[in-house]
Design a protein around this ligand. Structure first.
Ligand code: BG6
Length: 506
């Protein structure tokens, strides 16, 4: 019987996944150990998974269920966000299974089908199974073909099958289209969940909340008041153990094509009618399809590669000296570019994007930089220290929002004005720490809630924007070198300087 006091649209009710399992491909990868397994545990710990939830690992290793359970245990111990609870672990571990096999071995998929069937019978997973492909994209086709051949991908009456794919979704427009087509031949469109983990971050979702819940920002959110928008994702880490993934991919494909373009879309889009998937996605797609690259890509893009240096008191190798990297590699570890959003709201407002590894510190932010006041009734000396007003979404690690504006310096007889900031800090305002992006996204997959997952059109629009830049760079030879621990190649400053602007210091 439905509870008359419960409004089904009330999203504040606890969202708990119904009966289901998740099958994880790529169980030994970094992402599985550091993000996926800990997030599953955190969800279980917070009571968001059904009692019979089961996790099936699929890999070549000669493991029994217990061996895989030990791998999950170690990953949880090391990386989970919430405290370790023996009770949670006991319940979770009872549903852990392992299927041994090669990704191309048809028999192994029959075994997998048998295993999920058994889980339906013994743990009540109800025929609902999500297949999480945490594997290099080159292996997607073989896994998808076998899932299809064994019928594992087919929805059943009253039971769902879903697939989760991790970026990179292709390496250019053509390969992305081919991948989208392939996935579409195996799974229903509504059953495909593409993970861009930035969309799972609370601070990223907050861009929409702040823009559309308040009266004071939206009226000035346009080219009449905004001078430029700067989106920076700086990392202090190098490529770590990911040489085989990263070399040949580079910063633009790894981060700009997805995370930074998503941040741009959320910052620039029109208000969606509701936060339902179709409406949010449609608004983001409108922005992405309005993006124009500058004509002179040499002047308005920059790329670099980290050279040896010092970071946090430790001497670190350059990119070309990293293990597994081709010593002549031209892959960029830093990328910056200007793009324009060619619509009425944003005409003439440059959007500057940049990302890099081995930079001075880890920081991701979206800074909306406003125009100067049209008139300043102060003597010139008194406003020397006054910059542009800015509203900065601090995505991480110091999560919050900063508003920068001019204020009178106390005890000065002339009206001396200087920049000050007003800060909102998540940590101080909200008692509960934010869930990890993967917790939110995995729960959304299991519940079947799609707004935070880009659909194929968004992915293809992203490549459409980036492909000409990548083609241009491919003809340019080696990227500039920059010292590890610094702020990237000098050429990035030329981009903003040409427009008479400067990058903010993160
Ligand atoms: C991933 C990239 O998508 O995002 C990595 O592949 C990058 O290269 C990572 O390090 C950064 O994520 P976060 O959440 O730490 O900013």
């Amino acid at each position: 019987m439905t509870n008359p006091l419960r409004n089904p649209k009330d999203q504040r009710l606890p969202r708990i996944a119904g009966p289901c399992s998740m099958v994880l491909f790529g169980v030994t990868g970094d992402l599985s150990r550091k993000k996926v397994m800990p997030a599953i545990y955190d969800l279980a710990n917070r009571g968001f998974l059904p009692p019979g939830f089961s996790l099936v690992g699929f890999a070549r290793r000669d493991w029994a269920d217990e061996d895989f359970a030990q791998v999950v245990h170690d990953a949880v111990r090391e990386h989970a966000r919430t405290p370790f609870s023996e009770d949670t672990w006991k319940q979770l571990s009872e549903g852990i299974r392992f299927v041994q096999g090669d990704l191309g071995d048809a028999d192994a998929y029959l075994e997998l089908a048998k295993t999920v069937g058994e889980l339906d019978a013994s743990r009540g997973t109800g025929g609902n199974h999500a297949f999480y492909l945490s594997i290099p994209p080159g292996l997607f086709p073989v896994v998808l073909e076998h899932l299809k051949a064994t019928g594992l991908a087919d929805d059943k009456p009253d039971a769902w099958r879903r697939v989760v794919i991790e970026k990179p979704f292709g390496h250019d427009l053509e390969s992305a289209q081919a991948l989208n087509q392939l996935v579409g031949e195996v799974f229903e469109t509504g059953s495909v969940f593409r993970i861009d983990h930035y969309l799972g971050k609370e601070t990223v979702q907050n861009i929409m909340a702040v823009r559309f819940a308040n009266a004071m920002f939206e009226p000035i959110w346009n080219s009449n008041y905004v001078d430029n928008v700067q989106i920076t994702m700086a990392e202090d880490i190098g490529i770590g153990g990911r040489a085989s993934y990263y070399d040949g991919i580079g910063a633009a494909r790894d981060v700009i094509q997805n995370h930074l373009l998503q941040l741009l879309a959320l910052t620039a889009m029109e208000e969606p009618g509701t936060f339902e998937a179709a409406q949010v996605r449609a608004e983001k797609e409108k922005v992405l399809s309005s993006i124009q690259l500058p004509k002179d890509l040499g002047a308005y893009t920059a790329r670099g590669q980290y050279a040896p240096g010092w970071q946090g008191g430790i001497q670190v190798p350059g990119y070309l000296q990293e293990e597994g990297i081709n010593p002549e590699s031209a892959t960029e570890t830093f990328a910056a570019m200007r793009v324009d959003v060619d619509n009425r709201r944003w005409a003439g407002v440059p959007f500057y994007l940049r990302t890099g590894k081995r930079l001075g510190r880890r920081v991701t932010e979206v800074a909306v930089v406003f125009k100067r006041a049209p008139h300043l009734p102060f003597v010139a000396d008194a406003v020397q220290e006054l910059g542009n007003n800015a509203l900065v979404f601090r995505i991480q690690p110091d999560e919050g929002i900063t508003v920068r504006f001019g204020s009178k310096v106390p005890d000065t007889s002339s009206m001396e004005v200087r920049d000050v900031t007003m800060d909102f800090e998540y940590g101080e305002t909200f008692v509960e720490s934010s869930p990890e992006a993967y917790e939110r996204l995995i729960l959304d997959v299991l519940i079947g809630d799609p707004p935070l997952f880009p659909r194929s059109a968004e992915v293809e629009l992203g490549w459409n924007i980036l492909d000409p830049v990548l083609d241009f760079w491919a003809e340019q030879g080696q990227p500039d070198q920059y010292v590890s621990g610094g702020w990237g190649p000098h050429s990035q400053y030329d981009i903003t300087a040409r427009d008479g602007r400067t990058w903010r210091r993160p």
